[in-house]
Design a protein around this ligand. Structure first.
Ligand SMILES: Cc1cc2nc3c(=O)[nH]c(=O)nc-3n(C[C@H](O)[C@H](O)[C@H](O)COP(=O)(O)O)c2cc1C
Length: 336
């Protein structure tokens, strides 16, 4: 097994990456998945218009916070969105002046949400290939590897997904991440898992796969099909330990204690995560984020349903933290 994997212009420990998830992949969550073994992690998509407003002193603090990186994170790919080349490149320049720690820059060409589409950004770029290619060329001139993320091109797109990918790579993209759903599908129906594999055959070593990665087998299908990396998304939010299990399934290094985690280890990871979110974003967000991961972290343990129901009533991290600590003394008494 090689010590490092060459993926999208980076040397990474492994090809199992955390996908960008708006409202979810905040620094503390990226740190958690770095601890679970991710080869690299993505920020949420960051608005370039928001960054420019921030520089003019007109923006709320959240866009600025999206630029922070915590000690211990795996290499961070910062993903940006904008509807035109100037806004994108000016916003990315602001970001790179404020944060020198990003390993690569991503461009969102996949988001199907109306508020992003109406700016001409996200998956609207699949219908504007000229702008999309110029965006890649402009960001490539800034010196970091450029990682556009796309969806399956809809029939209204002037190019096939194959030609769109080819254009991105020719314009200087280091890799292209492909999610095999059309924008119209949003997050419903199933992803076309054969699409990233077909593209990987056309562009060897350049395609990362996204879409319906809920099992270790799906990741293996993508990797064995020639995709250079897989991006875990909803699958690891529902079941965080899917990440170390995927590493093991692919024959990659992972720690045995993450494959069969003891309850006290699960609690420790969740407490560290909650404390980190609390420091980053406050009590309420910390409680919300921990509740989101609760069932997945304690999957298979007795009493998880009841814990989730009780936790649903709790609004502060302080209270939820006390509840988790108290539970741990009951579940793992022998460890004390
Ligand atoms: C809540 C949520 C937020 C997302 N945010 C982003 C984003 O900011 N940038 C992006 O490129 N994709 C985003 N995605 C798409 C995911 O990265 C991924 O491509 C998609 O969920 C398909 O993978 P899955 O079926 O394994 O979840 C988001 C998906 C969800 C569910």
């Amino acid at each position: 097994m090689p010590l490092k994997f060459s993926i999208g212009g980076l040397l990474l420990d492994n090809p199992v990456l955390l996908a960008p998830l708006a409202g979810v992949t905040i620094p503390s969550l990226r740190l958690l998945f770095s601890r679970l073994g991710a080869g690299a992690v993505h920020t949420e998509m960051i608005s370039c218009a928001g960054l420019l407003a921030l520089e003019r002193g007109q923006q709320r603090t959240r866009t600025g916070r999206m630029l922070s990186i915590l000690d211990g994170e795996a290499p961070v790919i910062a993903q940006f969105f904008a509807g035109d080349v100037e806004t994108l490149s000016a916003g990315v320049e602001v970001a790179l002046r404020q944060q020198r720690g990003f390993a690569a820059v991503g461009i969102n060409m996949a988001c199907p949400m109306p508020k992003v589409l109406k700016k001409g950004a996200g998956s609207m770029l699949l219908e504007r290939p000229g702008i999309a290619f110029e965006m890649v060329a402009r960001l490539a001139s800034l010196g970091l590897p450029v990682w556009p993320k796309i969806r399956k091109c809809p029939s209204t797109s002037p190019l096939s997904t194959e030609s769109f990918c080819e254009g991105l790579l020719r314009s200087g993209a280091a890799s292209v991440t492909v999610h095999g759903r059309t924008p119209a599908q949003r997050y419903e129906g199933s992803a076309d898992a054969s699409l990233p594999v077909r593209l990987a055959a056309l562009f060897p070593g350049r395609i990362c796969a996204s879409g319906d990665i809920f099992t270790t087998e799906r990741s293996a299908e993508y990797v064995e099909g020639g995709c250079v990396a897989v991006m875990l998304a909803r699958g690891v939010i529902a079941d965080p330990f899917l990440l170390p299990r995927t590493l093991a399934h692919l024959g990659l290094d992972t720690s045995p204690e993450l494959l069969d985690p003891a309850p006290d280890r699960q609690t420790a990871l969740l407490l560290e995560f909650g404390d980190s979110v609390c420091a980053e974003a406050g009590q309420r967000i910390a409680a919300l984020m921990v509740k989101r991961l609760l069932s997945g972290m304690f999957r298979g343990q007795p009493g998880v349903g009841a814990l989730r129901r009780t936790a649903a009533e709790v609004l502060s991290w302080e209270e939820l933290r006390a509840m988790l600590e108290e539970r741990e003394t009951r579940v793992s008494p022998d460890i004390r």
